[in-house]
Write a protein that binds this ligand. Structure first.
Ligand SMILES: C[S@@+](CC[C@H](N)C(=O)[O-])C[C@H]1O[C@@H](n2cnc3c(N)ncnc32)[C@H](O)[C@@H]1O
Length: 247
């Protein structure tokens, strides 16, 4: 019975958890975040203080705060570089809120969001199941999981008062949604890629490479986790760019 519930929830990107023992009172979490930031700065890291950040970090799903800081620090490092911001793989908008909150005051950059809002596509043969995160038993069973309605991210952005005119949502599978799309960014200084599978990640990296200035940062989530395709896409992309001098 428990397995059936777990599998059913898994199809929607949700998981079964006993919260009683695991939940951390928000005040404790806040203290940890502030101590982490202090230590980060002491060690030479650069992150501006931000009152809303701890609350948004506490709402992340599947992204540990330590990984969110890689996004936050990269946004800070690229803030004076020309170009907009992209997120590839939005789902319910948890990491989107982190990104939007960081850029809302510090720049006028536009946030481009790419998602099918229909969940994961069919995996390719390069996607082998490395970590069965929702206990579904096979890579093929993940097709269609993690599907979230577009309104969820819109609601989250509204809640943090991110201006509508600074957000462009590119709805659809990236394999087709970037074809003939006139609203694509012209230049990108930072991108967070969280597509999980080989094909869309490779497409995103190749697209970004054509339109990003030197110094731009792309963070790819789940490297060597869940599907082997993530690591393969990154390694292939880097190998193909080895002989180009300006990257
Ligand atoms: C892991 S979730 C993103 C989670 C989100 N970044 C967060 O941490 O809050 C992956 C998302 O990528 C989207 N996705 C995966 N492959 C895609 C593709 N080929 N085209 C468009 N969206 C895709 C799925 O719909 C899903 O919402």
């Amino acid at each position: 019975m428990k397995n059936l519930v777990r599998k059913t929830l898994g199809r929607f990107g949700l998981e079964l958890r006993r919260t009683q023992d695991e939940s951390v009172p928000y005040e404790n979490f806040l203290n940890l975040v502030l101590a982490y930031e202090q230590r980060y700065m002491d060690l030479g890291g650069v992150i501006p203080s931000n009152d809303l950040r701890p609350k948004l970090l506490s709402r992340l799903m599947g992204t540990p705060p330590s990984e969110a800081y890689a996004i936050i620090e990269s946004l800070e490092k690229t803030k004076n570089l020309s170009g907009d911001i992209c997120e590839f793989g939005v789902a319910q908008g948890a990491t989107t809120s982190i990104i939007a909150n960081e850029i809302s005051q510090s720049s006028e950059k536009v946030l481009h969001l790419f998602d099918s809002f229909e969940g994961l596509p069919k995996p390719t043969e390069k996607d082998e199941l490395k970590d069965d995160i929702f206990s579904l038993g096979s890579m093929e069973a993940y097709e269609g999981t993690m599907s979230c309605p577009e309104d969820m991210v819109k609601t989250r952005l509204k809640a943090i008062q991110f201006p509508d005119d600074r957000c462009v949502i590119h709805k659809g599978f990236i394999e087709t949604s970037i074809q003939g799309n006139e609203n694509l960014p012209q230049q990108v200084s930072f991108a967070y890629i969280d597509f999980d599978f080989y094909e869309p990640i490779k497409i995103a990296l190749e697209f970004l490479h054509q339109i990003s200035p030197v110094g731009a940062i792309f963070v790819v989530d789940d490297y060597d986790f869940f599907s082997t395709g993530v690591k393969t896409a990154v390694e292939e992309f880097l190998e193909e760019r080895k002989n180009e001098s300006s990257t």
